[in-house]
Design a protein around this ligand. Structure first.
Ligand code: TYD
Ligand code: MG
Length: 495
């Protein structure tokens, strides 16, 4: 009896042994090493007080407490979802904020996370729900200033500049349960239960854990803002991504006004929907028809651009694909892609080379999706191939045409889903013809309002485009120097 008591003392009272935690993936080691074996990253191990996130004093004393098990068929207290009032945000979350859920919003600094969430909390507060905005990065005055700029200063949002998780939970436990709580950002939060410095993986994880527990217990929806590192991951809290119910990523080109909100993970909704916003002097404006926005700055009549009729989630989106094929001066030609999968580009280039006699080994290839959109659909293959051949052959594509279709390794053009929706959107935006897979004609409505031009194989498309063009000078040395200059947008993507 006494013996077992004595045995318990050393573990509970001894100082926790130091542990080295990878700041990227959260793997723990008991001594320092240069490389994290779990994620392969170098110099990411930082010494943190080894801990499980539960205070030692509690861990030693606490015994299990029996709890009541519930049935699946219980009655839910309130409407489980509450729409934010921003249609684009609701589209991405799957219809609004779920009670007791925790959402992580990641994005580059300055992309507009605080702006988006200030707008969302204000709308929520205006419609009579208790909404709280806790800023760990900015002073109350700064947050107010932003709200004033957005014309939302009068909204009854409850505001604080706080970083202690315990204080925040104690404050929010009083009074009516808030319907929405924004924590901006999770990296600035700290909890007493662990000794590590704020911003370390251990702190971020423990703080997130405490807030998630609070959300589940109280039924409040919590939005955590997370920073993104230079390689695009949510800094530190990779681990947090697994703990929260949904991860949204807010993306965009700094120089452009478009912002795209995308669900990376969503336990309560789809992950293929995007929300499109435009950053204006008065905050984020929702863009209900993204095609108009993505096509607003088209370079009409220049070779190397094709309009792709795509589908994002449930919504058709027309977007311009741009290709530049220019003679290379390098031994290994450059392939740079923004907004599309580089493996997919390589595949299309290989098919063009193998089946259509398009020799691209002496050319640099730059490929870009306009407007900062990221395309994941194989349906973009045909439009991409058209843009590439158009650039190589110096042959502008018809400006009133949209393209879609998947290219197989054999060079055949395969049908894709939702032909009717794609055609309808194109007709709505004033396009007159669609270039689509032969087999897709059956899916097209008879009153599509477009002339349909089907292609069975890539070869005929290539021949058609090439016949109208004036090829650029081939070879490595006779190209003007600026043809080889890397366009600014691609520079940061170079290895
Ligand atoms: P912010 O929401 O602070 O970004 P984050 O929280 O993601 O770091 O937004 C910062 C940028 O947005 C800043 O460069 C200014 C710009 N902005 C506007 O263009 N219009 C506006 O109405 C607001 C509030 C910000
Ligand atoms: Mg911010």
């Amino acid at each position: 009896m006494t013996f077992s008591f004595l045995m318990a003392i050393p573990t509970s009272m001894a100082k926790a042994s130091p542990s080295f935690v990878c700041q990227k993936c959260g793997a723990a080691y008991n001594r320092w090493q240069g490389k994290c074996e779990s994620c392969g990253e170098w110099n990411t191990l930082v010494e943190e007080a080894g801990d499980s996130g539960v205070p030692v004093s509690i861990r030693a004393k606490r015994r299990g407490r029996p709890f009541k098990l519930e049935s699946l068929a219980g009655k839910s207290v309130d409407a489980p979802r509450l729409p934010s009032g921003m249609a684009e945000l609701d589209r991405v979350t799957g219809g609004g904020f779920v009670r007791g859920s925790v959402l992580l919003v990641g994005g580059d600094p300055g992309i507009g996370k605080s702006t988006l969430l200030t707008q969302a909390t204000s709308l929520m507060a205006r419609s009579g729900h208790r909404a709280v905005y806790i800023s760990g990065e900015e002073a109350v005055a700064q947050v107010r200033l932003r709200a004033e700029r957005l014309g939302l200063a009068a909204a009854p949002v409850e505001l604080a500049a706080e970083t202690s998780v315990e204080d925040i939970i104690a404050t929010l436990s009083e009074g009516a349960t808030p319907r929405l709580i924004v924590i901006d950002s999770i990296q600035t939060m700290w909890t007493d239960t662990v000794e590590s410095a704020p911003g370390t993986v251990t702190q971020v994880r423990a703080s997130a854990q405490a807030l998630i527990r609070f959300a589940k217990k109280s039924g409040a929806a919590i939005i955590l803002v997370g920073h993104v590192t230079k390689d695009g991951q949510i800094a530190g809290p990779r681990v947090v991504e697994h703990m929260v119910d949904a991860v949204l990523s807010f993306e965009g080109e700094g120089s452009q006004q478009f912002r795209i909100l995308r669900a990376v993970k969503n336990r309560f909704g789809p992950t293929d929907e995007i929300g499109v916003f435009e950053m204006t002097g008065l905050g984020l404006r929702e863009v209900a028809n993204p095609s108009e926005l993505f096509l607003s700055e088209r370079d009409l009549g220049s070779p190397g651009t094709a309009v792709f009729a795509g589908i994002e989630g449930t919504r058709p989106v027309l977007v311009e694909l741009q290709a530049l094929v220019a003679p290379t001066t390098l031994g290994t030609p450059r392939r740079a892609v923004v907004g599309w999968d580089s493996a997919r580009l390589s595949m299309v280039l290989a098919v063009l080379e193998a089946h259509c006699g398009v020799k691209l080994s002496g050319y640099d290839v730059y490929f870009n999706v306009a407007g900062g959109l990221r395309i994941n659909e194989p349906a973009a293959d045909l439009a991409a191939a058209a843009a590439l051949v158009s650039s190589l052959a110096n042959s502008p594509l018809p400006t009133d045409a949209v393209y879609f279709g998947e290219i197989s390794l054999s060079g055949a053009v395969r049908p894709v889903a939702q032909t009717a929706a794609r055609l309808k959107e194109a007709a709505k935006l004033g396009f007159a013809r669609a270039i689509l897979p032969e087999t897709a004609r059956g899916d097209a409505p008879s009153d599509a309002g477009l002339s349909l031009q089907t292609v069975g194989g890539l070869t005929s498309l290539v021949a058609d485009i090439a016949a109208r063009g004036t090829p650029r000078p081939a070879g490595r040395d006779n190209a003007p120097a600026e043809k080889n200059a890397t366009p600014a947008r691609f520079r940061r993507n170079e290895g």
